[in-house]
Design a protein around this ligand. Structure first.
Ligand code: BES
Ligand code: ZN
Length: 612
């Protein structure tokens, strides 16, 4: 019977994976089910090294292919016996296919490997680059295709695996992963992790540093360096409320624990939705909870993205568009409609700005992307977020909230722990929402055509209307009435500043700065938009140029850094931009550096010139 053994019904061996432009893996032949890491994190040499053991499913293949980039592969074995392996031609974006010889019955493979200086996922930070300035720090960033630069892996969002890890770090430091985490440091620096739910490789994450844990509720809490722990705890104290609100909307939280770790300021994103443990930038710690929609966003990914995952990076809007929609709904549930309306209108304005940026490449404004041959990171823009949001909001308004919520709840439940293509979603939408309610909708136009269809939901905010009036009043009369602005939230200030007309004079900039001291604000979002306007309007008062430079050399959040360098470029300040960039680049993670290199036409001497 062995020659024609039937696969067990609950474990199909042949999966029909769709074509994946960003991974060399051929999962229809053989794929990874479980990963066990035994690794050492060495801050002296800035190398992670050790052993990766994989349980695999083999569909009669004689080889299994993994993704590898800038890794040093030392030895490979199959079921305990050394086996042949080869690394294929290097692709600048994708790295190399690592082809390993197996036989039909191989159950497990093992790889001894080391990371190298060129690793793009890891950022090794000196003590000086951290909040406490006492210990070094390391974090990983996997999305979109960087996990392969620190673990040999099948790096496709379609391939889900469970993992466990033994991680040895220097004594006195703590390690955390996107897994069940320690709440205290161990004496010997050895940490054990388990992620029992299957996740795609881009969600495997590790952070190592001198930080502590403080609980918010029995299933939420924060990790941060000592000098920030209490501030972070206060800022995020509504986390349990957010989880409860999210569960009431779209079903139970599937990951048991929801924690956030606040990383050093060079972290290249606002947040990253690593399961059980969101990674976040310290730039959202504003002191007044004004920027915590970021937590709602990363939490929302626990459904859209982590539970139901975009099948390929072309379907990225299924992750981000759904998440922005869900983020707004959480914010509305916890803080009310006024706050949610402001956030929705900011998203709408971001969308207009992005459409303007992309006016020469209209295909980049389609929801379904075509990123084949490109680094997905370069092709992912805010269309996925803001046009994706607008589509879902338009659908909500078309069918009514009650029906739309029931539909989304069912969508997450029906596809939990699996992947979704845009086409599959359209079919599901037609059957379960549109046809069911006899609604006709131009879904294809929204997804496959550039620009924004006419039937878009109209987004308004009463608060922002008042802001616009105040701005208008100032522009026409040059008078400032502080009574009208005294209760403004940072969102209102951002809206005010962002909407300065091009005709605004340097004197008017100076008057506003004198009245409101924008240059010295500590809110990172207001800093960003104000510095942008200083560049647009040639304003140099209040030492703003030095403040800007300081911001750019200490913060590595790509969205902020990119917006500012774009403003330098737009305003013919390339020389100043390059001068600052020479200084700031060593503090940036590779994803931020790569974006700014391309923007400014900067050619680094060697990859190792990066700070990581
Ligand atoms: N998953 C993204 C971050 C990301 C996207 C990393 C693409 C790599 C490739 C995360 O959820 C995100 O969207 N972060 C935003 C914040 C959010 C509030 C819009 C960010 O970093 O600004
Ligand atoms: Zn996101």
């Amino acid at each position: 019977m062995t020659s024609c053994a039937q696969p067990k019904a609950e474990e199909p061996i042949v999966y029909s994976y769709v074509e994946e432009p960003h991974s060399y893996a051929k999962p229809n032949n053989a794929f990874i089910k479980h990963l066990k890491l035994d690794i050492t994190v060495d801050f002296e040499t800035e190398v992670i090294s050790g052993k990766a053991t994989y349980d695999i499913k083999n569909n009669n293949s004689t080889q299994i292919i993994l993704d590898s980039k800038h890794l040093d592969i030392e030895a490979v074995s199959a079921d305990g016996k050394e086996t042949e392996f080869s690394l294929g031609a290097k692709d600048k974006q994708l790295g190399q296919p690592l082809t390993i010889t197996i036989d039909k019955n191989t159950k497990q493979i093992e790889i001894l490997y080391k990371t190298t200086k060129n690793t793009e996922a890891l950022q090794w930070l000196k003590a000086q680059q951290t909040a406490d300035k006492t210990n070094p720090f390391l974090f990983t960033q996997g999305q979109a295709i960087l996990t392969r630069t620190w673990i040999p892996i099948q790096d496709s969002p379609q391939i889900r695996l469970t993992y466990e890890a033994n991680v040895q770090v220097p004594k006195g430091l703590m390690a955390v992963m996107s897994a069940k985490n320690p709440k205290e440091k161990t004496e010997n620096g050895l940490y054990h992790f388990k992620m029992q739910q299957p996740i795609p490789a881009y969600l495997i994450a590790l952070a190592v540093g001198n930080f502590d844990y403080k609980a918010i509720s029995d299933r939420t809490g924060v990790y941060a360096e000592k000098s920030m722990l209490n501030k972070v705890h206060d800022e995020f104290s509504d986390m349990e409320k957010m989880v409860t609100a999210a569960e009431q909307l779209y079903g139970d939280y599937a990951w048991e624990q929801f924690d956030v770790i606040v990383l050093p300021p060079s972290f290249p994103f606002g947040g990253m939705e690593n399961p059980r443990l969101t990674f976040a930038t310290p730039t959202v710690i504003a002191g007044d909870k004004s920027l915590t929609s970021l937590v709602a966003h990363e939490l929302a990914h626990s459904w859209s993205g982590n539970l139901v995952t975009n099948a390929t990076w072309n379907d990225f809007w299924l992750n981000e568009g759904f998440t922005v929609y869900f983020e707004m709904r959480i914010m509305e549930a916890v803080y009310g409609k006024e706050r949610a309306d402001m956030l929705a209108l900011i998203s709408r304005q971001d969308l207009d700005d992005e459409l303007e940026n992309l006016k020469d490449t209209p295909n980049a404004t389609k929801l379904k992307l075509d990123l084949k041959g490109k680094n997905p990171d370069d092709g992912m823009n805010s269309i996925a977020y803001d046009k994706g949001y607008l589509l879902l909001r338009t659908l909500e308004e078309t069918v009514g909230r009650e029906k739309f919520d029931a539909f989304l709840k069912q969508y997450f439940k029906a596809h939990a722990f699996s992947t979704m293509t845009t086409d599959k979603f359209v079919t599901y939408l037609n059957t379960n929402l549109l046809e069911k309610n006899s609604v006709t909708f131009n879904t294809d136009e929204w997804i496959n055509q550039p620009g924004i269809p006419k039937n878009q939901a109209i987004i308004t905010s009463d608060k922002f209307k008042k802001v616009e009036q105040v701005l208008q009043e100032f522009i026409t009369t040059d008078k400032i009435n502080k009574d009208l602005t005294k209760d403004w939230t940072p969102q209102e200030w951002v809206h005010f500043i962002r909407n300065f007309p091009t005709t605004m004079t340097t004197d008017q900039m100076k008057d506003l700065d004198t009245a409101f001291n924008f240059t010295n604000t500590t809110n990172s979002y207001i800093q960003m938009v104000w510095y942008e306007q200083a560049l647009n309007h040639d304003y140099h008062g209040n030492n703003v140029d030095a403040k800007m430079e300081n911001f750019l050399t200490s913060v590595g959040r790509r969205w902020y850094v990119e917006s500012l360098f774009k403003a330098f470029k737009r305003n013919d300040r390339m020389e100043d931009a390059l001068k600052i960039y020479e200084k700031s680049r060593p503090n940036y993670h590779s994803v931020t550096a790569h974006t700014i290199d391309a923007l400014l036409g900067y050619e680094p001497e060697t990859e190792a010139a990066l700070g990581n």
